[in-house]
Design a protein around this ligand. Structure first.
Ligand code: ADP
Length: 703
């Protein structure tokens, strides 16, 4: 199993070209990244510029002059697409051999790679709206180079008209009575043919040979299309990538027919790009851009799961999945629509469309509006929130411009967030048939103002269709008995003999004092505020008592990176700060440490505490979200529980939890070792979660 992190190297030149279309048309928010502001300042063919944005832009211009070139005028868009389309049919975007080799050889090196994580979206930018440049946007250049425009809908064989009962999203009562979207009544006439798919070629679709037929349990068959923005091992920046990888594989074992639909980013490693098969292409219009866009479908089949990559180099040539909102809003509007159009094109109509996070949140909205009368319109939709913090918020004209969604969805009950902004996730939540999030506790928490990220009222209103299903970990990828990264492999029966050998090897690797008797605490995390690192920083001096070692692995905010480097320098031989993204090293830290620290401010599910338990650790966690659902507090009287927990977000309570862990480790090793074995035996696999998702699908499709 590939474990390589699919980071991308910079492809500046390509980036400039590829994102120019987005930059030019998309207006900006004032507090958006410097890059965005610069781009907009030059590029956006705006009629009126909001004052705030005006202030920001000049300052930025100096900082990032290069970006100005990236956003040259609108007229360039169409030709760009033209160039791109043919190239897209080939398997691989240019990627230097050196870069590929580097990615492949990352295994043991203390990789200095920049994590893709860094590119986390910047949604929370401040408002400041500019006018949508609709009129001035690219002059409709019809570039469909095609012989005959045969819209897919016609081509698709008649699909029984399954009634789409719940088309109209429930509107929050308090908000807009008169605005009730009543999608059914909405004249979607002009929207219906929105997907003008014009086959680019008449190349017959080549059927993949079925690869792997697992034994099927006795559960009805369902077909599911997963739609999301990342998936291990192709591209991953966080937990979403893990879920998109592991859940479909488990569902296949539960009698599901699964297709995963992803963007074909330039950063997908060559080893996968070269195995993709061309499945066809068509032209699709998009929003109010007045032009059509190439949509290629590249397919890769692995372990019974079919991966369909939406190919359009204009949007996805740039390596990283997340750039900035100026680019991301258009590319994920395009992606959401193209994913549904591709299902129609492939004539593969799923029972369920399961979409993930804001990047795919428009899918349920499209499904009940523009695609309502097309074959895929019969599918039910599930939207999973992996992290509510990211919502895809931008000004209404821009989202209307790129999505082409009808007016009735821009209401307070659906996409509209306030007078100025639209919120893609909010719209998806309103239109989805079911909403899930990745733990039961997080499902409750997000309905409160403290964790609701501004959507708590909306979520409370839709709580009837909301439920929490906790994630699992992939036992093939995370198995201490076979893990090739470890110094010594071990299992449930010999963990007590061999775990300490991994501790010694880890201490040697990191230049720490080699002493198996030390209490080793690991911290493997993005270094961001969400992860409770301010609490950790506050108590490190009290934790470092001479018998305790701390190992940090992560990248993120510079302030935390620097603080941890400082501690490494201060507590030589006892503190190690690995400021890097290194999956292989992460495996060795899980195996070599006694406890993992996860004191998050909020944690939708959290995978690291599950991995830690599976590797025989006793995690120290804050009782929030999935941490609360998966780690039972240790009871020093009975020896029960899985780890050490604290409730309020408070440094003193964290220190107390760490001290309780130390006490148990140093004074009650018998109980400690029992918990080690119990944790390794605990079922944290995907299988359990997959059954819950399957039940949900069956609940939605009773026939
Ligand atoms: P989030 O998705 O919020 O980042 P999760 O706990 O759900 O947090 O998932 C984090 C995953 O990323 C875990 O598998 C963890 O091991 C891995 N990870 C985090 N930081 C690093 C790093 N610097 N190097 C290697 N793996 C990392």
């Amino acid at each position: 199993m590939a474990r390589k992190k699919t980071t991308s190297k910079k492809k500046q030149t390509a980036a400039k070209t590829a994102s120019s279309a987005a930059k030019k048309a998309a207006p900006v928010k004032a507090k958006a990244e410097a890059v965005e502001a610069a781009a907009v300042e030059t590029a956006a063919p705006v009629k009126e510029v909001a004052p705030v944005a005006k202030e920001v832009a000049p300052a930025v211009k100096e900082t990032v002059p290069a970006v100005k070139e990236a956003a040259p005028a609108v007229k360039e868009t169409a030709p760009a697409a033209k160039e791109v389309a043919p190239a897209a049919k080939k398997t691989a975007p240019a990627k230097s051999t050196a870069a590929r080799k580097k990615a492949a050889s990352q295994k043991k090196a203390p990789a200095k790679e920049e994590p893709v994580k860094e590119a986390a979206p910047v949604e929370k930018a401040a408002p400041a709206v500019e006018e949508a440049p609709v009129e001035e946007a690219a002059p409709a250049v019809e570039e469909a180079p095609v012989e005959k425009a045969a819209p897919i809908e016609e081509a698709a064989p008649a699909v029984e008209e399954v009634p789409v009962e719940e088309a109209a999203p429930a509107v929050e009562e308090a908000l807009v009575e008169e605005a009730a979207p009543a999608v059914e009544e909405a004249p979607v006439e002009e929207a219906a043919p929105a997907v003008e798919e014009t086959p680019v070629e008449e190349e017959p679709v080549k059927e993949e040979a079925p690869v792997y037929v697992p034994p099927m349990p006795d559960t009805p068959r369902r077909s599911v299309a997963f739609i999301g923005s990342e998936c291990h091992p192709f591209v991953k920046t966080g937990g979403l990538g893990d879920v998109m990888y592991a859940l479909p594989r488990e569902l296949v074992k539960l009698n599901c027919d699964v297709r995963v639909i992803l963007p074909r980013y330039g950063c997908i490693p060559w080893e996968y790009q070269e195995k993709m098969q061309y499945r066809g292409a068509f032209q699709m219009d998009l929003g109010e851009t007045g032009r059509t866009y190439y949509v290629g479908i590249m397919e890769y089949v692995c372990d019974g799961v079919v991966y369909d990559f939406i190919d359009n180099q204009e949007f996805f040539y740039v390596g990283n999945p997340y750039l900035n909102l100026v680019d991301d809003i258009p590319r994920y509007c395009f992606f959401s629509k193209a994913a549904l159009a591709a299902l129609n094109f492939l004539n593969w109509i799923p029972d369920i469309v399961h979409c993930h996070d804001w990047q795919a949140a428009l899918v349920p909205v499209y499904l009940r509006t523009i695609f309502k009368t097309s074959p895929v319109g019969r599918a039910k939709s599930v939207l999973t929130i992996h992290n509510l913090r990211f919502q895809g918020v931008y000004n209404i004209p821009t989202i209307r411009y790129w999505s082409g969604l009808p007016n009735e969805v821009f209401t307070m009950g659906a996409l509209q967030q306030n007078y100025l902004d639209a919120n893609m996730l909010k719209g998806g939540l309103a239109y989805a048939d079911r909403i899930t999030t990745v733990s039961h506790t997080y499902a409750q928490e997000i309905q409160t103002p403290e964790y609701g990220e501004g959507l708590d009222a909306h979520l409370r209103y839709h709580s009837g269709k909301l439920r929490g299903i906790v994630n699992g970990i992939d036992y093939d990828m995370w198995n201490p008995a076979t893990d090739p990264s470890l110094a010594v492999n071990y299992g449930l029966l010999d963990v007590l003999q061999h775990k300490w050998e991994n501790k010694l090897a880890l201490q040697r690797e990191l230049g720490l004092w080699q002493d198996a008797g030390k209490f080793v605490i690991g911290l493997i995390s993005r270094l961001t505020n969400q992860k409770g690192l301010d609490l950790v920083n506050a108590i490190i001096p009290q934790v470092m008592d001479g018998n305790t070692q701390v190992i940090v692995l992560g990248t993120g905010d510079k302030q935390y990176e620097d603080t941890f480097r400082y501690y490494e320098n201060t507590y030589k031989g006892m503190f190690s700060a690995c400021i890097q993204y290194d999956e292989s090293r992460a495996h060795r830290i899980y195996a070599g440490s006694d406890s993992l620290l996860v004191p998050s401010r909020f944690e939708p599910c959290g995978l690291s505490q599950l991995i830690d338990m599976h590797y025989g650790g006793l995690p120290i966690v804050r009782e929030t979200g999935g941490l609360k659902d998966t780690v039972e507090p240790y009871n020093d009287q009975t020896g029960g529980g899985n780890g050490f927990t604290f409730d309020r977000y408070d440094a003193g309570l964290l220190l107390d939890a760490i001290n309780r862990a130390k006490t148990a480790y140093f004074t009650n090793r018998y109980h400690w070792d029992e918990v080690v074995q119990r944790n390794m035996d605990k079922d944290v696999s995907w299988n359990r979660s997959a059954w819950q998702y399957k039940d949900l699908y069956l609940e939605l499709t009773r026939w």
